[in-house]
Design a binder for this molecule. Sequence first.
Ligand SMILES: [Zn+2]
Ligand SMILES: [Zn+2]
Length: 139
Amino acid sequence: MSSTIPALPANYRTVLDVVEAAGPGTHLTAQEIWLRSRRLQPRIGFATVHRGLLRLHQLGAVMKIEVPGGASAVYEPAATPHAHFRCAGCGTIDDLAFAVPAETVKALAARLGVAIEAETITFTGRCATCASDDGLERV
Ligand SMILES: [Zn+2]
Ligand SMILES: [Zn+2]
C-alpha cells in the first residue's frame, strides 16, 4: 500500500507506518497515533501528526471514521469499505463486514443526480459483553 503513495514528507511517512503497523480493524485516535509516532521519531509534534493524517486521508491511504457519540475520530489503514459497530456501553468500535452494494450506490446517485464519493455507516448498540451484563442485571 505504501508504495502507491507519492513522495511524502518523512514525518507523514512515519504516521502512515504507525497506522499500517496497527493493521486493519484497529481504530486509533490521533492522540494514540501521535504517541506511537514518537517512539519512532521522538521530536514529532501532535500538530504534524494531525496534518499528516489529514493528508493521508486525502490521498486515500488512511481511513477516517467519525463515530457518532465517539469522543474523537479514529483512523485505520485503507481497506475494503466496511461498516462499524460502536458499543454504547463500553465505547468499543468493531469492524462489520457490511457495505452498501455498489449497484445501490450507483442507483441512488443517478436518482438524486449527485456524485457519491464515500459512505460512512456506523451501527450503535451493545456489544456481546455489555448485552450479557444487562441480562444479568435483569434476572
Ligand atoms: Zn460493550
Ligand atoms: Zn474499521
